[in-house]
Ligand binder design. Sequence first.
Ligand code: G6Q
Length: 548
Amino acid sequence: MSTLTLSSAWLALQAHQSAMAQQHLRELFARDSQRFNRFSLKFNDILMDYSKHPVCHETISLLLVLARQQRLEDWITRMFRGEKINDTENHAALHSALRGEHPVMIDGVDIMSNVRRVLTQMEQFSTSVRDGKLRGYSGHLFTDVVNIGIGGSDLGPLMVTEALKPYSSNHIIPHFVSNIDGTQLELILRRLNPATTLFIIASKTFTTQETIANARAAREWFLAHGGSEKDVAGHFVAVSINREEVEKFGIDSDNMFELWDWVGGRYSLWSAIGLPIVLTIGMENFYSLLTGAKEMDQHFLTAPLEKNLPVMLGLIGIWQINFFGTRSHAVLPYDQSLHRFPAYLQQLEMESNGKRIDRNGDEVDYSTGTVVWGESGTNGQHAFYQLLHQGTQIIPADFLVPCISHNPIGDHHCLLLANFFAQTEAMMRGKSMSEVCAEIEAESSMNNIAAESFKKIMPHKVFPGDRPTTSILFKQLDPKTLGSLIALYEHKVFVQSVIWNVNPFDQWGVEFGKQLAGKILDELEQDRQITSHDSSTNGLMNYFKVNR
Ligand code: G6Q
C-alpha cells in the first residue's frame, strides 16, 4: 500500500464516503435550503456550482485535510516560483509566466524579458499582416493562415480561434493541419490561393514527424502553384525552440518565434504557439486572453483553499475518482463556440495525469487521470445523455454555460439554457417509481389495456438520479473569460497531480508513439514479407503491403 492510501486523510475520506453514498442528492437538497450558497463559488463573472455532488461540510473539510497533507499550497508556490517541478525532464512549468508581469528567475536569469520580446515580435508581425503592410508575393493581402502543428501545437490555438470567432476580423481565416493523413492537408489546400496564404509551422521540437511531413508538403504545394523559392521566406514562419532545425527547413531565423523548454506543449497557447490566435483576433484580444488567465493565476495563488475555484474543482474530481470510483468525466459546453473545448481538455487532463508511476518512481495503487470526453450543447442530449441518465456507470459532468449569446437569434439562447437547467436538475433528482405511477394515474383517460402496457414499461421510465454535475456559468464568452476558464482547468489538473503525487508535465507515452512509428516506417518501405513482429502485427502489415 502507498503512503497516500494509508494516510489518515485518505482513510477518513474512505469512511466518510460510505456515509455519503447512502444519501441521495435529492435528500441533501431537501434537507438544506442553503445548499447552493454553501457549495458554489464565484470568481469575477464566473460562477461554479458544485452543490450537485455528494458533498457536505465534512466532505470539504476532509478533502482540504488531504490537500494540506499533500502540501498543495507549497507545490503551488513552487510552480509559480519556477522550480523545476517537471523533474523527469528537468524543466520548470511556467505557463503562468507567459501571462505574468513579475520577474521569474530560472537558473539565475529573469525569463520575463524574453517573454516580452516574443510578445512584441508577435504584435509587430500580426499587426503588419492584419494592416496589410506585410503582403503575399503578388502584393495581395493575406487572407488565410494555415497552422501546421499537432497535439499541444494545434489543439489550444484551434480551440481558442473557434471559441473567439465573434472577435475575429473575418478577413484572415485560420486553418489547422495536424494529421499525417494527407486528406486533411489536401482538403484545406484545395481551397487556398498560395499568393494570399501564410503558413505557420508550429513545433516546439521541430522534429515531429507529422508536422515536418505536412510542412514539406505545404512548401511543395506552394512552389507548384505559383510561389517561388525566394517567396518562401515571406509565406512561411516557424514557432519553435529549435533554431537549427528551423533553418535547415529553409525558414529564415528572423521569421522564427521563440519558445522555451519551460513551456509544455499542452500549456503553450499563451506563447508564440498562439500566433494563429493573434492573427485572427488581434493582439489586443490576445492580451485580454492573457489577462483572464493571469487573474485566475493570482486567484489560485492567493485565495484560501476552500474558496479557490481550481482547488475545489480538482478536489471534487478526486472525491469522485478515488472515493466513488468514477472512471470517466464528461465536458458538456452549452455554447457552440466551445465545441473544441472537450477535445482540448482531453489532452490537457489525460496527457497530464494519465500516469501510473508517482514522483518517487513507484507504481500507484489508486486511480489517477480519468477518461475525458464530451460534445457541445443539446446535440449530446439526442445522442449519449441516455447513458448519463440511465446507464450503469456514473459519469460526473461539467456544464459550461454563457448567460449571453454572441448570436441572439429569436429565443434560441433561452431554449438552450432551459435544456441545461432541466438536464442538470433531472440528473440530480431523477424520477422515482412513485412519480412514474403518479404520471399513470394522471392519465385518467387511459383504458385498461393501455394502463396494463404502461405498467410494463414503468421500470424503463424510472430515472435513478443522484448523477453528479458541476455547472460553470459565466456572463459571456469573451477573451478574458475564456483565458480564466482555460487557466481554471490547467490549475485543476495541477491540483489533482499534487494529490496523486504524479508529474503532470511530462508525456512519455507521446514520446513512445513517436519512436514506434519511425521503426515500422522502414519496414513498410521495403517489399519483403514482414516476420519480425507478433503474428497479428505481421499479418496486418502484410495485408497492407498487398493491398496498398
Ligand atoms: C503536449 C505534448 C504533445 C506535443 C506534440 C507536438 O504537451 O508534448 O502533444 O505538443 O507532440 O510536439 P512539437 O510541438 O514538438 O511538434
